[in-house]
Design a protein around this ligand. Structure first.
Ligand code: PLP
Length: 287
């Protein structure tokens, strides 16, 4: 059976799935999304992702397209049809279809699309060597806490990273402090072994991996601080890493061409990755 997608009430072959040309997501980026990791055939932190979806929609005054229970049933059915074991589920909700006009349409119904993607495990080489990041000015709007499909600054920054031979770009605010990566949260481990990641407010997306990792770190007795850090502080740090639903915990060993710490993935990073992996693939993360 070819891979399927869910579009507004129907399961369709992925290649034939389509939305209307006047969908407001297409015309105005008037919508939000979630990327939910799938490990060992189960969604990781599904409830936290649905909480964030509901919050993002609420901030944009878009109704939930269906109840949470119904959303869970559709995602389970799509995963079953696509025999998804490891990878992710993508969910997108837009304000719906209406004649193009900036103001909210009166009658539009929220549009829901879901797709899945099977992915390979992270390459052992990448984990052994760590990845590289470059830093760029953060040119995004002031509501980065909403997981909006409007990702143009992120797309441009990521391409600049790729053009520079780097894996990710860390965006930097007007005070010289790192906000986050284009699709990841940014972390460092200071010389005195403090785990630091920026506090969650309108300047960043509060990653679900970030939320779970902070909780796991606390359970492990790892001290952490939620505060901004500068590029200079990151360059003086012992370790650095990024987190996201698709990267889990990924070591960063170079920033702007300069090594972080001894230039190799750090011990705490490796420990936190192992703890997170255990959580994501075990019953707790799939609860
Ligand atoms: N920050 C941004 C801008 C993102 O787009 C993402 C994920 O796509 C993240 C952080 C990490 O969030 P999560 O851990 O929920 O995947």
């Amino acid at each position: 059976m070819p891979k399927q997608a869910y579009v507004n009430g129907r399961y369709l072959p992925h290649g034939e799935a389509a939305v209307h040309i006047e969908d407001r997501g297409y015309q105005f980026a008037d919508g939000v999304y979630e990327v939910v990791p799938v490990a060992s055939g189960a969604l990781v932190d599904e409830d936290l992702h649905l909480d964030r979806l509901e919050r993002s929609l609420g901030e944009l005054h878009i109704d939930m397209p269906m109840s949470r229970t119904a959303l869970k049933l559709v995602s389970d059915e799509l995963m079953r049809r696509n025999r998804l074991s490891n990878g992710f589920l993508y969910m997108q909700v837009t304000r719906g279809v209406a004649p193009r006009d900036h103001k909210f349409p009166k009658a539009a119904k929220p549009a829901l699309v879901m797709t899945t993607r099977q992915t390979k495990p992270h390459s052992p080489q990448m984990l052994a060597e760590g990845v590289t990041v470059i830093t760029l000015p953060d040119i995004r709007w002031k509501r980065c806490d909403i997981k909006s499909v409007s990702l143009l600054p992120n797309v441009l920054a990521k391409q600049q990273a790729v053009d520079a031979g780097a894996y990710e770009a860390w965006m930097v605010d007007e005070e010289g402090k790192v906000t986050e990566g284009t699709s990841t949260n940014a972390w460092i481990v200071t010389k005195d072994d403090k785990l630091v990641t920026r506090h969650a407010n309108n300047a960043i997306l509060n990653g679900i991996t970030r939320i779970s990792l902070l909780r796991l770190a606390a359970e492990e007795g790892v001290e952490f601080q939620e505060r901004p850090f500068s590029v200079e502080e990151a360059l003086e740090a012992r370790e650095a890493f990024i987190t996201s639903s698709t990267n889990f915990v990924m070591p960063v060993t170079q920033i702007d061409g300069k090594p972080v710490g001894n230039g190799h993935p750090g011990l705490l990073t490796a420990r936190l990755r192992a703890v997170y992996e255990g959580y994501a693939t075990g019953p707790e993360g799939n609860a």
